[in-house]
Write a protein that binds this ligand. Structure first.
Ligand SMILES: [Zn+2]
Ligand SMILES: [Zn+2]
Length: 94
């Protein structure tokens, strides 16, 4: 999957999603926490990088949508080197 064209806009887009959500998790209502812009319809299933296909949710809620990330979470606690952490953060932006 080639994100290169969309990538420059992602930062602004995810910021906007969080603004619109009032910096509140749209699933559990938590505030003052780090939020992630989540694709309601995944890119892999034809979803787009548009505001109506994104919602701001917290780390915990995000994990529920991405079961495969729960495996990564286990990996992350196993290997705490900085390189894998950066990869992990990047992965999470989607
Ligand atoms: Zn939440
Ligand atoms: Zn997501």
């Amino acid at each position: 999957m080639d994100y290169s064209n969309k990538w420059p806009y992602w930062k602004d887009l995810s910021k906007r999603v969080k603004e619109l959500a009032n910096y509140t998790c749209e699933d559990c209502g938590k505030t003052r926490i780090r939020l992630y812009a989540h694709h309601i319809v995944p890119i892999s299933k034809g979803g787009r990088n548009t505001l109506d296909n994104l919602k701001a949710i917290c780390y915990t809620c995000h994990l529920k949508y991405h079961v495969h990330l729960q495996e990564r979470e286990k990996e992350k606690t196993k290997h705490k080197n900085s390189k894998s952490k950066i990869l992990f953060e990047n992965y999470y932006s989607f």
